[in-house]
Design a protein. Structure first.
Length: 191
């Protein structure tokens, strides 16, 4: 259940800045949320089951609907599946990456997952902007210009992914430690 709440937070972090006419420059809970959702898709075996497939499909459908809404309603642009196919594959890949890498989370795994998530999105999405779009010439210099223009988005995406992943993976651990400490204090003999 908590994984679906994190997914909802990721979706809202993409929609709400537009509702308040804010320019968040890609500061969303998406990357960290997908890592966490993926880490909670299966039991400790990490095996592919119909339940795992259903959870992944549900997350993808929600994110696809979000992409459609943002494109058509917020950006007021026509929607074409071909523009989003690589992004949707990336959503699934991050969930599967989270499922495999973060079944037993550690600080190093979460940090590595956040870095890999943000970097892969930066590389894939900007390559697709360059390859399929008309904003940049299809030359090496055009590719470089595309990546250079996207650096502020990458910086914000990396920061937001690290913050989100740290919170969703770290807060339950912190809460368990606090509960354990309180339980230990209650077990102390009275003097």
């Amino acid at each position: 259940m908590f994984a679906y709440l994190v997914l909802l937070l990721a979706v809202l972090s993409r929609i709400l800045p537009h509702a308040f006419h804010s320019d968040a420059l890609n500061f969303t809970a998406l990357g960290g949320g997908l890592l966490f959702f993926g880490s909670r898709m299966s039991n400790d075996t990490g095996k592919w089951t119909p339940a795992v497939a259903a959870k992944l499909a549900s997350a993808l459908l929600v994110l696809m609907a979000t992409d459609y809404y943002l494109t058509v309603q917020v950006y007021q642009s026509p929607f074409a599946i071909r523009w989003y196919a690589a992004t949707w594959v990336w959503y699934a890949a991050v969930c599967l990456f989270g499922m495999g890498l973060l079944r037993k989370p550690s600080v190093l795994r979460v940090a590595g997952g956040a870095l890999a998530t943000s970097t892969s999105f930066f590389l894939i999405s900007n390559f697709m902007v360059w390859a399929a779009g008309t904003m940049y010439p299809r030359t090496l210099a055009g590719l470089g210009a595309c990546f250079t223009a996207a650096i502020p988005f990458y910086r914000n995406d990396l920061a937001s992914t690290v913050i989100t992943a740290s919170a969703v993976f770290g807060l339950p651990v912190l809460a368990a430690k606090i509960a354990e400490s309180l339980h230990a204090q209650n077990d102390l003999p009275l003097a």
